[in-house]
Design a protein around this ligand. Structure first.
Ligand code: F6P
Length: 322
């Protein structure tokens, strides 16, 4: 293998730069030329592809976002559009493509490897949502979790001063992991996630019991994929008359300097992706399971869910927040 390319795609996540850096440096260490594709699949189509050197990724490991920029590119579902992208890789004799993103981004990579056998593809899970099969953790999840914890710790101060119930809406389009892990970490009274059916009437009863026991405030952690914070507040108001406020953390969760855990994860996965390309692997997503590096065929990643919602953590959070 002599030349590879790397791109970041979909919603950005803290640690993507660290992953790109690991891809670039592992490749150059092994005498492989690396090209950066700017603006995700859009840049692949528009030929926004530039050679990266060791120095191109200097001073990036600590930066949030992605210096390669990211984009959502629905047009990449069209075969004609992909043909242009493939041609842009072929004319540079690029034999391997590393795609850092969520499973929508993996689907683009899978199509490329199906439609052009000379180009190997490897996916690296980069999303704060922690919703990708084939890995216990995605790059950015830990940083986003810590951002939520930091924010809710602050919310708790004002919630306590005013004896209010705060409904905190966090990201997670289809997956409740951010709400679950953050809920446990901040001692939220209730965690509302898409994976568990929650009766808002019971949430109201729990808050009421807490108030009777002298609780000064309550935190309800809601995953956006289940309902919005506003909807949750409106539902609650049907059963209980309390002073509530809604706080939507929004894109704050996607930014910031990556945590130590995310830098290490991104570096390990980036290095592993290049090693897999060098050993001839293709159409696989790298991951970490029980602290071991793994590679799972895209077909399996899309085919069945091994990223199970952790019911034990959910139950524990429930028991610890009575
Ligand atoms: O997939 C990551 C994510 O941050 C989701 O949690 C969220 O629903 C979505 O992206 C937001 O996307 P956008 O930045 O395009 O609005």
């Amino acid at each position: 293998m002599k030349k590879i390319a790397v791109l970041t795609s979909g919603g950005d996540s803290p640690g993507m730069n660290a992953a790109v850096r690991a891809v670039v440096r592992t490749a150059i260490y092994n005498n492989i030329e690396v090209y950066g594709v700017y603006h995700g699949y859009q840049g692949l189509v528009e030929d926004d592809i530039h050679k990266l050197e060791l120095g191109s990724v200097g001073d990036t490991i600590q930066r949030g976002g992605t210096f390669l920029f990211s984009a959502r590119c629905p047009e990449f579902k069209e075969e004609d559009v992909r043909k242009v992208a493939i041609e842009n890789l072929r004319k540079r004799e690029i034999e391997g493509l590393v795609v850092i993103g969520g499973d929508g981004s993996y689907r683009g990579a899978q199509r490329i490897s199906e439609e052009c056998k000379e180009i190997q593809t490897i996916g690296i899970p980069g999303t704060i949502d922690n919703d990708i099969n084939g890995t216990d953790f995605t790059i950015g999840f830990d940083t986003a979790l810590n951002t939520i914890i930091d924010s809710v710790d602050k919310i708790r101060d004002t919630a306590s001063s005013h004896a209010r119930t705060f409904i905190v809406e966090v990201m997670g389009r289809d997956c409740g992991d951010l709400a679950l892990w953050a809920g446990l970490s901040v001692g939220a009274e209730t965690i509302v996630v898409p994976e568990v059916n929650t009766e808002i009437k019971e949430v109201a009863e729990k808050i009421e019991q807490g108030i009777k026991r002298g609780k000064k405030h309550s935190i309800v952690m809601v995953a956006e994929g289940c309902m919005s914070g506003q909807e949750c507040a409106e539902e609650l108001s049907k059963y209980i008359n309390i002073d509530t406020r809604v706080s939507v953390l929004g894109h704050i969760q996607r930014g910031g300097s990556p945590s130590g855990a995310d830098r290490v994860l991104a570096s390990r996965l980036g290095g592993h992706a290049v090693e897999l390309l060098m050993s001839g692997e293709t159409a696989k997503g790298v991951g970490i399971k029980h602290n071991q590096l793994t590679a799972t065929p895209f077909d399996e990643i899309f085919g069945h869910s091994d990223h199970k919602f952790d019911k034990q953590i959910y139950q524990l959070a429930k028991e610890l927040s009575i």
